[in-house]
Design a protein. Structure first.
Length: 258
């Protein structure tokens, strides 16, 4: 099998690198499948506290593989492909661990969707993001309309979609879609950012991620109930006891995820 994804674990970080540089990491059937498998494998690895997603070569991702999409002979095949591709961003959002997107070059089309599905985005200052769908007579997919509409005024989103023009990383940073802008090595910037999270309690991270995603779909009373349930569960964990003891003893806590 062609290695379309490079994966490794180092110092509690799970690294996933898309490996189709000659295609600007366009999302083929094989790449999507290997990305999902890699994400799920690292999710189950107890040695991994956070996952960094990046792309080999000159760009993060050019989006969907247009050449491969052109081989779909009928609507049924296209529907099947969309279901498989959409499972990628859904996997990232549903994952029990935080995912950091380390973005450089450009993130176009579904590559834009992939970046925003991550919990955090660290981008090279020169990166361009492109809603390039209308340039080929399509619309945003893999959840991009939702990922944008939850964070931006609708008029801005419509402009980005309608024009299909490249959007500088600085603009996304100003609008709160990017966590950090990197001046040089974006992967190192992503690693440095991840260091702030790795030392934290894994179960708190898990519940924090889930509750933030759910909050936009619930009313205030429902949020209070869900927060209370999670908080009660966490107060009975070893990590909570360790965190409390470390606070009182004025030392750095050592969390185990239990």
């Amino acid at each position: 099998m062609e290695e379309l994804v490079k994966m490794e674990v180092k110092e509690q970080v799970g690294y996933i690198k898309m490996n189709r540089p000659q295609k600007r990491n366009a999302l083929s059937e094989g790449l999507v499948r290997q990305l999902i498998d890699s994400l799920k494998e690292l999710e189950q690895d107890p040695n991994v506290k956070i996952i960094i997603l990046s792309g080999e070569g000159p760009a993060f991702s050019a989006g969907g593989d247009i050449a491969e999409m052109g081989t779909h002979e009928n609507v049924a095949q296209s529907m099947a492909w969309m279901k498989r591709a959409s499972a990628l961003t859904k996997t990232i959002i549903d994952l029990d661990k935080y995912v950091v997107a380390s973005v450089h070059g450009f993130a176009a089309g579904a590559g834009f969707s992939l970046a925003l599905a991550a919990d955090f985005v660290i981008a090279d200052k020169s990166t361009k993001f492109v809603c390039s769908f209308t340039n080929i007579g399509l619309i945003p997919d893999l959840g991009l309309t939702k990922l944008l509409a939850d964070r931006l005024p609708l008029a801005i989103i419509k402009e980005w979609i309608a024009t299909g023009k490249p959007i500088p990383a600085e603009v996304l940073y100003e609008k709160g879609l990017i966590n950090r802008l990197a001046e040089q090595d974006v992967l190192k910037a992503a690693e440095k950012f991840s260091e702030e999270i790795i030392s934290g309690p894994p179960l708190s991270h898990l519940f924090g991620k889930k509750l933030v995603h759910l909050a936009g779909e619930m009313n205030f009373d429902s949020v209070l109930v869900q927060e209370s349930i999670a908080q009660i569960l966490l107060t009975h964990t070893q990590d909570h006891a360790e965190g409390t003891a470390a606070f009182l003893e004025k030392r750095v806590p050592e969390y185990k995820g239990s």
